[in-house]
Design a binder for this molecule. Structure first.
Ligand code: 4NP
Length: 163
């Protein structure tokens, strides 16, 4: 009998319209490509609920589409009462996300689930955050995708015990 438990991953940024929906799509892409779809469930959420119900930012969607990622998720706010129980790992994009998540943790077990995306980079190791692209130009959206591709690869290797 296969007793391997499905791993549940929640990616979190500020608005859940640029970085974390991209992280969700990039991770799902790698998981699908490596034939591990039955082993992982990915979702994303925002610290703030200002964009609740919105599709991902159109600039982010078009940059992602050029790399064949389809950003389908709908923005929602992080819910501490259910998300800490539902997910094995809660992955923030920058230090403020981490601080905001930590402030909502209810226990040591909750705190242990919070990690930072760039900690899994193996190429872009000089980046300590995935920078918010919302108020910037085109290059910011490309950088988000470069960092996420590197970090998601590292995260999956970590979860498979290869790092
Ligand atoms: P995200 O980008 O956190 O990567 O989704 C942002 C989206 C919206 C806002 C800030 C950042 N905002 O202030 O509305």
């Amino acid at each position: 009998m296969d007793t391997k438990k499905t791993k549940t991953l929640l990616f979190v940024c500020l608005g859940n319209i640029c970085r974390s929906p991209s992280a969700e799509a990039v991770m799902n892409g790698i998981i699908k490509k490596t034939d591990q779809s039955s082993e992982f469930i990915c979702d994303s959420a925002g610290i703030i609920g200002n964009h609740e119900g919105d599709r991902a930012d159109s600039r982010m969607r078009s940059h992602a589409a050029r790399r064949s990622y389809d950003l389908t998720s709908i923005s929602r706010q992080f819910r501490c009462k259910t998300d800490f129980d539902k997910f094995d790992m809660i992955i923030g994009m920058d230090d403020q996300n981490i601080e905001d998540l930590q402030s909502q943790a209810r226990s040591e077990d909750d705190l242990k689930k919070i990690v930072k995306m760039t900690d899994y980079c193996t190429k872009f190791t000089h980046y300590k955050t995935v920078p918010d692209p919302y108020y910037g130009g085109e290059a910011g959206f490309e950088l988000v995708l470069d960092l996420l591709e590197d970090a998601c690869d590292g995260l999956l290797n970590h979860l498979n015990g290869k790092l």
